[in-house]
Every structure is written in C-alpha cells, then in structure tokens.
Design a binder for this molecule. Sequence first.
Ligand SMILES: [Zn+2]
Length: 173
Amino acid sequence: MAKLDIIVAPDPRLKVKCKAVAQVDAQVRRLMDDMLETMYAAAGIGLAAPQVGIARRVIVLDIAKDDEEPRPLRMANPELVWVSQEDATFNEGCLSVPELYGDVVRPAAIRVRYLDHENEVRELAAEGMLATCIQHEMDHLDGILFVDHLTALKRNIILRKLVKAKKSADVAV
Ligand SMILES: [Zn+2]
C-alpha cells in the first residue's frame, strides 16, 4: 500500500465529474487500499478518489472511533437507491478543506448500492453519521464539496480562508 497526496481546495481536480469503473479489478482494489491508508494517516473518516487526483467513482470510509475495531468500507460506483424524507444536520469537515467546518442538511437515512472490493454488488442501509459521510463522499464524485451546500456568504468566507492559507504555504516553501 502507498500513501497518496490529498488535494486541497480550491483545485480544478476537485470539480470534475468522475467516471464509473468498468469493474473492481486489481488496480481499483489497490486504489481503494491506498486511499484507506491515506485516509487513516490523515485521521479522516472518508475519502473520494478525486481527492487524490483520480477521476473515478471510488470512495472509502471508516467511521469507527479510535478505540473501536476498524470497519473499512470500499465502494465503487455508489448509487443512492433510497433516501429518507427526514433530514439531518451535521457539522461537516473535509480533508480537502482543512480545518474548516460547516453545517450541512442532508437526508437522514439512505440506501446505497455499490460494487465492493470483490466486484460484488452490495446494498447498505445507513443512518446518522455514516449516511452523511457516504453522501459527502459521493458528492465528491460529481465535483461537489460540502461548502457548495452552504449559503454563498459562508462558502465565500471558507474559500477566502483556503486561498489565503494556500498563498502563505507557497511563500513558506
Ligand atoms: Zn470531503
């Protein structure tokens, strides 16, 4: 496995609509494992392929707490087949939007269909933080960041902070 570099917004690679994978073969499996290693190293709970510069519909997640056994999820071509009428609000963050958070409203429960790491079609019912996390990662596959769900005012505050942070980072090196 190899740790990959996580792309930080604003970056055009985070705005692309990703292509489906034809099947989960050895190459896709390796990408999934590399993404998990990258996510764990960054102490994240989810990561989407475009965040590491790969425009394919692949996401990984693990919402287990530090003192729990890891519960890694690997999903290719995820699709929502059902969403609840009820919404839930979570204060979301993103490895590509470091240290900035915002409240996002999404369906509280979902059912997602995907290909697992063995190329088997699976369905998973999720609610709470897992439902939010899956929807957040799926958004990345369509070039959508959580900040795109915020009001223009909140989004612009966050984007300006990101641009400023990037500029000072450029100066530092
Ligand atoms: Zn994210």
